[in-house]
Design a protein around this ligand. Structure first.
Ligand code: ADP
Ligand code: PEP
Ligand code: CA
Ligand code: MN
Length: 654
């Protein structure tokens, strides 16, 4: 733009002749086809989104709603949700309406007349007068919009995932978990030394439940997910999650099993309900509270309350605890394990605590993924409890883990990752927010996911230990007694970040490789595992995905490609035919060679320069095992004492 002497800008005269747009003074008509069929902008917008046609009821299944109109079905569904949100101490509660407060809503009472009313959102939360809008089973796209529009810290990454923050807590808070002790649970559950179940009385649960419900009802809108757990159709559990964040709703959309529209029509009353009021703290004056966080389980009411933490993994693991209670009651073994199946139908289980490699190793390009974290082993075989995967994505690379890398796309939730402010490309190596960055995606985002996520009885049971001491062999073949011993011990090194407060690998023992989630005594799960392994001829393996050549800080983590070669040899059956020799102290059978793995690393002593230090460290770890197992010595495992004695003898001798 030119400027004259006194700084005023002038537009130069265009040399082009004026373009004649109006013939004979007439009005120029737009020549781009017929105008849109809308008189107002609102009408135009209403053209944009159409309502999917009502679905036909399940063929032959005359569900509760099959004989009623769609509107009546929606009314009954809304009543069920209203019952979930009702306060137990106040007669009047908020009126539950469907739909976004920002949009036109269908009121519960007028649904028969197709009324569209502006449901007033009263800013003061006088719960007896206000409306609570229910956003029910939204699609990922709708949840993206809710998240991006209303939740600060939510972004869309360069590969289309939804990146968000879980707030102050970026890992689970096991010390703030409470389980209601009542006439039933006081005898059934594992309490006392070593148990993760910290008691709470029924009244205190109700105090926290009321607090969570009041908080949720004070909001303009809540998200409600009605979904399933367990792909085994005979043991499917209906779950309802009430939450205040689109991130939580999308996370559970991904992690639980997604009902078809027909299944939703017959959903009815949930078997279990979560009230996630995670942004709201618990009252520190409340009995049993140890912090502002409380994750409370009431098995009798089949409800879970979350206060004071927004880490989405609490919902996933809370439901896992419920399955660890419900399934064994049906003689079904619930497992903290990954699971995949080879082309010949050989199923492998990957047990391990957080960060040991369940998700990484069960996601295998040459095998069908059944699930990455939580399974059931029944008389029919194995089934995944979940509908999605929850992968640690610290240092994730396309080269190392291509399937997980490619699953991070539209619909996936990325928790606490750091990304470039302009390109939105994620830097998976950046742990500025937390070491425990996570990706939660539907299982069908993995190309060779096996849908439905069920399979035959396992052939190999692989126990994963992330050994921070660096003295366990990369792989050992276990006897049944050794499998039980290591399953009950559940040794690993909690990697930083997964649990609140863990800053570097800490040697720890976690019964059944997931003590934080088990509800019954560990020996109950061990006895069921022994019985199933014997019955179906499964082989036990111990795989160290941790350190070699020294402990954490001096040695190095065993390379993932080597671990994958070891796992391949287990799957192929070739490792069964290897030559073995026994190690001292732990008495583990280790192979002398494995294709694609340097033989010298197979025996840890070869990898330590200082053999004296190795022996001292080995004895130190053996001592920790021995001390930990004292908790279990006076428990019988299985039908007779024979197995118990064999298991005790299967520990380290020194
Ligand atoms: N040798 C190895 N075996 C398995 N995982 C490894 C190995 N070395 C590094 N890792 C890393 O450890 C982490 C294991 O996380 P993940 O599989 O999500 O554990 P889990 O599912 O048991 O919680 C991944 O980030 C993976 O890349
Ligand atoms: C989310 C969890 O699962 P994992 O770390 O085993 O993947 C957890 O244990 O907190
Ligand atoms: Ca995992
Ligand atoms: Mn897990």
């Amino acid at each position: 733009m030119a400027a004259n002497g006194n700084g005023v800008s002038t537009t130069p005269k265009s040399p082009l002749a004026r373009i004649q747009t109006q013939k004979n003074g007439g009005i120029c008509h737009d020549d781009s086809g017929k105008p849109v069929k809308a008189q107002t902008i609102d009408e135009l917008h209403s053209l944009q989104r159409k309502r999917s046609a009502p679905t036909t009821p399940l063929d032959g299944v005359q569900g509760a709603f099959a004989t009623i109109s769609e509107d009546e079905r929606q009314r009954q569904q809304l009543q069920s949700i209203s019952a979930s949100l009702a306060s137990l101490t106040r007669g009047t509660g908020p009126k539950v309406v469907r739909g976004d407060p920002a949009g036109k809503v269908q009121s519960v009472s007028h649904v028969a007349h197709h009324h569209h009313i502006e449901a007033p959102t009263i800013s003061v939360s006088d719960s007896s007068l206000k409306f609570t809008h229910v956003l029910y089973n939204l699609s990922p796209a709708e949840l993206y919009e809710q998240s991006i529009k209303y939740e600060k810290g939510s972004f869309i990454t360069s590969t289309g995932a939804l990146a968000t923050l879980s707030g102050a807590k970026t890992g689970r808070s096991p010390r703030d978990k409470r389980v209601v002790i009542d006439d039933t649970t006081q005898d059934e559950l594992w309490w006392g030394k070593g148990s993760p179940n910290i008691e709470m009385d029924e009244h205190t649960f109700m105090v926290n439940r009321e607090r969570a419900v009041d908080y949720l009802n004070s909001l303009d809108k809540v998200f409600v997910n009605d979904q399933f757990l367990n792909w085994d159709p005979q043991n499917r559990i209906k779950v309802r999650i009430v939450s205040a964040r689109a991130y939580h709703s999308l996370f559970m959309h991904n992690m639980c099993i997604r009902p078809t529209p027909e299944e939703l029509e017959n959903f009815g009353t949930p078997d279990f309900t979560i009230y996630n009021a995670g942004q709201f703290p618990c009252n520190r004056y409340t009995h049993y509270m140890t912090s502002s966080t409380s994750i409370d389980l009431n098995l009798a009411r089949r409800e879970m309350v979350i206060l004071g933490t927004q880490y989405a993994g609490e919902m996933k693991k809370g439901l896992f605890c419920v399955m660890h209670y419900l399934m064994p009651m049906r003689q079904i073994l619930s497992l903290h394990s990954g699971c995949n199946m080879g082309k010949d139908g050989d199923v492998a289980l990957f047990f391990g605590l957080s960060g040991t490699g369940k998700t990484t190793l069960s996601t295998d390009h040459n095998r069908y993924l059944i699930g990455d974290d939580e399974h059931c082993w029944s008389d029919n075989g194995v089934s995944n409890i979940e509908g999605g995967c929850y992968a640690k994505c610290i240092d994730l690379s396309r080269e190392k883990e291509p399937d997980i890398w490619n699953a991070i796309k539209f619909g996936t939730v990325l928790e606490n990752v750091v990304f470039d402010e302009h390109t939105r490309e994620v830097d998976y190596g950046d742990k500025s927010v937390t070491e425990n960055t996570r990706a939660a995606y539907p299982i069908e985002y993995i190309p060779n996911a096996k849908i439905p996520c069920v399979g035959p009885h396992p052939k190999n049971v692989i126990l994963l230990a992330c050994d921070a001491f660096g003295v366990l062999p990369p792989v050992s073949k276990l006897s049944l007694a050794q499998t039980m011993y290591h399953f009950i011990s559940g040794y690993t090194a909690l990697v930083a970040g997964t649990e609140d407060g863990i800053k570097e690998p800490t040697a720890t023992f976690s019964a059944c490789f997931g003590a934080a989630f088990i509800m019954l005594h560990p020996t109950k799960y061990a006895a069921m595992l022994a019985e199933k392994m014997q019955k179906h001829g499964a082989t036990g393996w111990l795989v160290n995905t941790g350190w070699s050549g020294g402990s954490y800080g001096s040695g190095n983590r065993i390379k993932l490609p080597y671990t994958r070669k070891i796992i391949d040899a287990i799957h192929s059956g070739s490792l069964l035919n290897a030559t073995y020799h026994k190690t001292e102290v732990f008495g583990l059978d280790i192979p002398t060679e494995i294709k694609g793995v340097p033989s010298e690393i197979l025996h840890p002593e070869n990898t330590w320069a200082d053999k004296k230090a190795y022996k001292e460290t080995l004895l130190k770890l053996a001592g920790l095992f021995k001390k930990n197992f004292e908790t279990f010595t006076n428990y019988k495992i299985g039908k007779d004492n024979k197995l118990t004695e064999e298991i005790l003898a299967a520990g380290p001798n020194f």
